[in-house]
Design a protein around this ligand. Structure first.
Ligand code: GAR
Length: 202
């Protein structure tokens, strides 16, 4: 079965969606790592008997050393796919190079609009009326990798980022497991005619 490693920094509701919908069925979540020692998401992993490890940046010489240690652990655990489920640090190009086209991220906007931090706040401040979620492969840029799945939601009257984010999280909890299932099945490939584009087999 496809082996998944998850990185998170926060509550871990996306990890929970993966545990509930994918784990033990389409793929196995074998380990969960966090840059934050107090990330509540780690508890969800432990409750599901998934091993966890924390990699606080101040325990390493620098960010690259931290990322190398995370990559070493994921390789030791023979992880096939790395899922960033609310992982709020940027990974080094060396990390990405060790898992080419095998790192998946969920982002609460319709990329390429509003990459980076505070995506929902940015979108609300901008005054958009259509919000959305993107699940994409991670490359060296910030939220710039090829898109696996996207879903939009019209919220023309909403101006509270917290409320918008809550609605988007409902979408994330469907879209991320679906994307991970597709990846695990080998249904996602690069379009030879345009490598920016992914072909997603039904
Ligand atoms: C999610 O909404 C995810 O889209 C966002 O962090 C949240 C984590 O929630 N990620 C980013 O903004 C990445 N740039 P969770 O800890 O409850 O899964």
């Amino acid at each position: 079965m496809t082996r998944i490693g998850v990185l998170l920094s926060g509550r871990g509701t996306n990890l929970q969606a993966l545990l509930d919908q994918v784990h033990g069925a389409d793929a196995e979540i074998v380990c969960v790592a966090s840059d934050k020692e107090d990330a509540p998401g780690l508890r969800r992993a432990r409750e599901a008997n998934v091993q966890t490890r924390t990699f606080p940046v101040d325990s390493f010489a620098d960010r690259d050393a931290r990322d190398a240690a995370i990559a070493d652990w994921l390789e030791e655990e023979r992880v096939d796919i790395v899922v960033l489920a609310g992982y709020m640090a940027i990974l080094s190009p060396q990390f990405i190079a060790r898992f080419p086209d095998r790192v998946v991220n969920v982002h609460p906007s319709l990329l390429p609009a509003f990459p980076g931090m505070r995506a929902v706040e940015q979108a609300v401040e901008y005054g958009v009326r259509v919000f959305g979620v993107t699940v994409h492969l991670v490359d060296d840029g910030v939220d710039s990798g090829a898109i696996i799945l996207q879903r939009a939601i019209e919220l023309p009257e909403m101006s509270d980022p917290t409320e918008v984010h809550q609605l988007l999280q409902g979408i994330e909890h469907e879209l991320l497991p679906e994307a991970v299932r597709l990846m695990a099945r080998g249904a996602v490939s690069r379009d030879p005619a345009n490598p920016r584009r992914l072909i997603v087999a039904p």
